[in-house]
Design a protein around this ligand. Structure first.
Ligand code: SF4
Length: 471
């Protein structure tokens, strides 16, 4: 039930194949071919189940803006066939409409031009992730960069930023709805404000958010590296609401490759940023991504990338095999590497990355963590039992992107047991059948007092509860 917004109420199902669900909103992604294929597959499955499908997202814009406009043969294939053959079952809406209106309005107005600009909406949105205590907030849309491998600027248009006061209003609404973590997103979050204020305004926006008197934190995704100056990073350091999560899509370390990718930074800039973050943020999470084997990438470039990854700067790395995306500038470059070789190199880097993170994960053992419960291992979880596993998101990890900790309920640090906890007072960790007190400061087991666990069963946990636990 979407009851978290005071102006909004609707029944919705998270399983699109649920028998009771008649209308399905399918959010599509158009800038990678495999995701477009997935879109067609899912659309097909939904239609077979007699669902009415509302399509939104840039998958739709890809077909409408690129394929149709360029009279590309793909226009006559899968997508258009679905639309023609299911005329009464497929509806198209812009993502902006979806974010601005209630479901009822959306159905009524889906093709209206009135809602064509997401910045000027008056309708409240539904917070579909409120149960998990986080929500995304889009502060700008579209992108002014021209990375040679990317077709997003071709599918979409020039950057459009949401005015600052609108964002702050929305943040306040989110806080009222019980959201504790607000995730700011855009195609290029660093460039927020350049279109409407004539300069980069992300830092000013964050300072305003910092001043809001409420218990919440914010996280930034998609920080394009060129604007991350040291002064800027220094300011972030003093923000108490800022989660030190640095999602910086670097793509590569070789300056030559970066240049061919059309990126506006080089190796020197990358090291400047990483060194600064590492020295100045005690707790931090750095995430990046990398394209494996871009056209003209040499063996030397590839070895440089592997050395860079081995240096261990990152807590998560997303790897992508290079593929020609039609309409991209890179697809016209010569000296392509065969897909089979790219796959081999991809697996090599993947192995390296997996080993690296496995080592990092081992080092976390016995660390104290905190943040929100995302799920329970079994669907038949009953309050007041202690034998189930929980999936908890550590506070530095981003939802839906990074891994969650799977912990035994007995590893929850029991706060209720020690209401006035002071330095060096005892915490209780639940381990197997026993309760083991530890010190707050070190988290180490200094003294063992064996108590029957049955005496300590008092939980009534639910998704979205914030807990402290031992990894
Ligand atoms: S910054 Fe991101 S969205 Fe913009 S062109 Fe580059 S890859 Fe595409």
């Amino acid at each position: 039930m979407g009851k978290n917004n005071p102006n909004y109420e609707v029944n919705y199902f998270t399983d699109p194949y649920d028998k009771a669900a008649k209308i399905v909103f399918l959010n599509t992604c158009g800038f990678i071919s495999s995701w477009r294929e997935e879109m067609l597959k899912v659309m097909n499955n939904l239609l077979k189940k007699w669902k009415k499908v509302y399509l939104l997202g840039c998958g739709l814009q890809y077909y409408e803006n690129l394929i149709k406009k360029n009279s590309h043969p793909e226009w006559n294939e899968g997508y258009i066939l679905h639309c023609v053959q299911n005329d009464n079952k497929i509806n198209k809406i812009s993502r902006n409409d979806f974010e601005k209106v209630t479901i009822n309005n959306l159905i009524k107005w889906y093709n209206s031009q009135t809602f064509s600009d997401f910045r000027f909406t008056k309708w409240p949105r539904v917070y579909t992730n409120a149960e998990y205590k986080f929500e995304y907030l889009k502060i700008a849309e579209w992108c002014d960069n021209n990375c040679t491998f990317c077709i997003i600027p071709k599918i979409r248009w020039k950057q459009k930023s949401m005015p600052m006061e609108k964002i702050i209003d929305e943040v306040k609404n989110m806080i009222k709805a019980g959201i504790k973590e607000i995730i700011l997103i855009a195609q290029d979050t660093s460039s927020y404000g350049t279109d409407i204020y004539g300069k980069w305004m992300l830092l000013e926006l964050l300072k305003k958010m910092e001043k809001i008197k409420a218990d919440f934190k914010f996280r930034l995704l998609y920080l394009y590296p060129d604007l991350l100056t040291l002064k800027w990073l220094k300011d972030l350091k003093w923000m108490r609401k800022f989660i030190p999560y640095f999602d910086i899509p670097l793509q590569h370390i070789s300056s030559d490759v970066l240049k061919r990718m059309g990126r506006f930074y080089d190796k020197k800039k990358i090291y400047e940023i990483l060194n600064f973050i590492s020295k100045n943020f005690k707790s931090k999470f750095i995430r990046t991504n990398s394209i494996i084997w871009f056209p003209w990438e040499s063996k030397k470039d590839f070895e440089e990338l592997k050395r860079f990854i081995k240096e261990g700067w990152f807590d998560n790395i997303a790897l992508f095999e290079y593929h020609d995306e039609k309409f991209s500038t890179a697809s016209k470059l010569s000296n392509k590497i065969p897909a089979k070789t790219i796959r081999k190199r991809f697996n090599e880097v993947k192995k390296l990355v997996d080993e690296l993170f496995e080592r990092k994960q081992k080092l976390r053992k016995w660390e104290k963590e905190t943040w929100f419960i995302m799920d329970f291992e079994t669907s038949n979880y009953k309050p007041s039992t202690i034998n189930y596993k929980l999936f908890v998101r550590p506070w530095l990890n981003a939802p839906e992107i990074d891994s969650y900790d799977k912990i035994d309920m007995k590893k929850i640090i029991d706060k209720k047991n020690i209401p006035n906890r002071q330095k060096n007072q005892w915490n209780i960790i639940f381990l197997d059948d026993w309760v083991i007190p530890t010190t707050w400061e070190t988290g180490s087991i200094n003294e063992v007092k064996w108590l029957q666990i049955s005496k300590a069963v008092r939980y009534n946990l639910k998704i979205g509860d914030q807990i402290e636990y031992i990894v």
